[in-house]
Design a protein around this ligand. Structure first.
Ligand SMILES: O=C(CO)[C@@H](O)[C@H](O)COP(=O)(O)O
Length: 168
C-alpha cells in the first residue's frame, strides 16, 4: 500500500488487518520515521519509504538500511497524467562532483520504485538509473494495448537489472 496521507501512523494497524503486506509512507508526513518503521514491522508488513520531488535523497539515506523499498516520486503527489521529472533520477543513481553515487549504488539490494509519468517514453531512464519497481498509470490505462505496454516496462527493467548484475 502506498499511503499518500498525512499522519500515516494511524493506518498501520487497519492496513495490516486488511491484509496489506507492505506499508509505504511519506517521509515528509511523519516526525518520527524510526518509530513508524518499527510499528510497521511489528504489524508484520514490509516497509516502504517515499520522498516527494522537493525532498533530497540525503533525508532518506539514514533509513535505507531499515526499509525494504525506497519510493522516489517523479511527479508531485496528487493525480495521474503528469509529466515525468527526469531530474529526479540522480536520486536513484548519479555521480555527483564528489564521486558519490546514490541509492542504487549505495544500497544494491534495496527495492527502488519510481512513480509518476512512467511509460514507454521514460522507462529507459528509470531502469538505467537502477529502479526495479515501477508505478505506471496513464501510460497503461490510455493505451490501446495495455498488455504490451506492461510487457515493455517489465522487460526494460529486467534487462537493466540483469546487465547490472553482470557488471558487478
Ligand atoms: O498517485 C500518483 C501521483 O499522485 C501516481 O501514482 C500517479 O497517479 C501515477 O500515474 P501516472 O503518472 O503514471 O499517470
Amino acid at each position: 500500500m502506498h499511503m499518500m496521507v498525512s499522519r500515516p501512523e494511524q493506518w498501520v494497524k487497519p492496513m495490516a488487518v486488511a491484509g496489506a503486506n507492505q506499508y509505504t509512507f511519506h517521509l515528509e508526513a511523519t516526525e518520527n520515521p524510526g518509530a513508524l518503521i518499527k510499528d510497521i514491522r511489528e504489524n508484520g508488513m514490509k516497509v516502504g519509504l517515499a520522498i516527494k520531488p522537493g525532498t533530497t535523497v540525503e533525508y532518506l539515506a539514514p533509513w535505507a538500511n531499515q526499509i525494504d523499498m525506497a519510493l522516489v516520486m517523479t511527479v508531485e503527489p496528487g493525480f495521474g497524467g503528469q509529466k515525468f521529472m527526469e531530474d529526479m533520477m540522480p536520486k536513484v543513481k548519479e555521480v555527483f562532483g564528489s564521486g558519490v553515487h546514490w541509492l542504487r549504488t549505495q544500497f544494491p539490494s534495496l527495492d527502488i520504485e519510481v512513480d509518476g509519468g512512467v511509460g514507454p517514453d521514460t522507462i529507459h531512464k528509470c531502469a538505467e538509473a537502477g529502479a526495479n519497481m515501477i508505478v505506471s498509470g496513464s501510460a497503461i490505462m490510455r493505451s490501446e494495448d495495455p498488455r504490451s505496454v506492461i510487457n515493455l516496462l517489465r522487460n526494460v527493467c529486467s534487462e537493466a537489472a540483469q546487465k547490472r548484475s553482470l557488471d558487478r
